[in-house]
Design a protein around this ligand. Structure first.
Ligand code: HEC
Ligand code: HEC
Ligand code: HEC
Ligand code: HEC
Length: 134
């Protein structure tokens, strides 16, 4: 356990709320990302599990990465796209409050992990850096 505490990892957006209430509220109330798992659930009714898994890469936090989203049952705190999708894993920052242990500068490259060129063309929708966050 002690060893695990030293490792960085994903903790979910609710863990950020006590200290960043303003960003949390804006994000929770206005960013569709904060409810992105519902979009998958709506369609999941008609899809087999192997068709749903690929959705997780863009509709959850940290899927396929160490300590990231696994399933809605095992990691409910990571089931939507949260703060850490842009700011990176926050466990050590939450523990220490050290600003050096969290990514502040978010670049458009981060957005493109999910807002891929293909999607941008298909949906004619291009993200602008400061939209969709808080
Ligand atoms: C226990 C309080 C606390 C928690 C919980 C917390 N933070 Fe922070 N955070 C801080 C403090 C203190 C700062 C430094 C504020 C300042 O410099 O104005 C900070 C700064 C930041 C910064 C700016 C870093 C910089 O270099 O300026 C980001 C981004 C951030 N936090 C994101 C998060 C995220 C994401 C979470 C949840 C995973 C989180 N924080 C949880 C206290 C906290
Ligand atoms: C981990 C994947 C992921 C990353 C990284 C990501 N997004 Fe998104 N974004 C989504 C998903 C998924 C939705 C749609 C959620 C839904 O409707 O279910 C979305 C929705 C949006 C929207 C729609 C409008 C709204 O207010 O929610 C905007 C704007 C947006 N993202 C901008 C950005 C920007 C800018 C960045 C980078 C700073 C970014 N996104 C990074 C996955 C991501
Ligand atoms: C490569 C990343 C990516 C993958 C994979 C992905 N999505 Fe999305 N999804 C997004 C982004 C980004 C948005 C919001 C902006 C947009 O339409 O480009 C979105 C939006 C949505 C929306 C909201 C559409 C609307 O306008 O209301 C639904 C529903 C959705 N996705 C379901 C799914 C399902 C189901 C899967 C898996 C079969 C899936 N997505 C896979 C990135 C992705
Ligand atoms: C879609 C990407 C995205 C998401 C999701 C996101 N942020 Fe940010 N955040 C940004 C960007 C972009 C900046 C501005 C960075 C800069 O100053 O260059 C930022 C800046 C910050 C800062 C520094 C102070 C400020 O407001 O400029 C804090 C603190 C912060 N975010 C906390 C959070 C918390 C807490 C969450 C979740 C509730 C969150 N962020 C979710 C993109 C995001």
């Amino acid at each position: 356990m002690a060893e695990e505490m030293e490792t960085n990892g994903y903790v979910g957006s609710v863990a950020c709320q006590p200290c960043h209430e303003q960003q949390f509220r804006a994000f929770h109330n206005f960013a569709r990302k904060s409810h992105s798992f519902a979009s998958v659930e709506k369609m999941a009714v008609n899809l087999p599990e192997e068709k749903i898994r690929p959705c997780y890469g863009c509709h959850t936090t940290g899927y396929g990465k160490p300590s990231g989203f696994v399933s809605p049952e095992q990691t409910p705190e990571l089931k939507n796209v949260g703060c850490e999708a842009c700011h990176g894993p926050g466990r050590l920052h939450v523990k220490t409050q050290d600003p050096a242990l969290i990514r502040r500068t978010v670049t458009i490259e981060v957005c493109k992990e999910c807002h891929t060129e293909e999607r941008v063309q298909a949906f004619r929708y291009k993200p602008i850096l400061y939209a969709g966050s808080h």
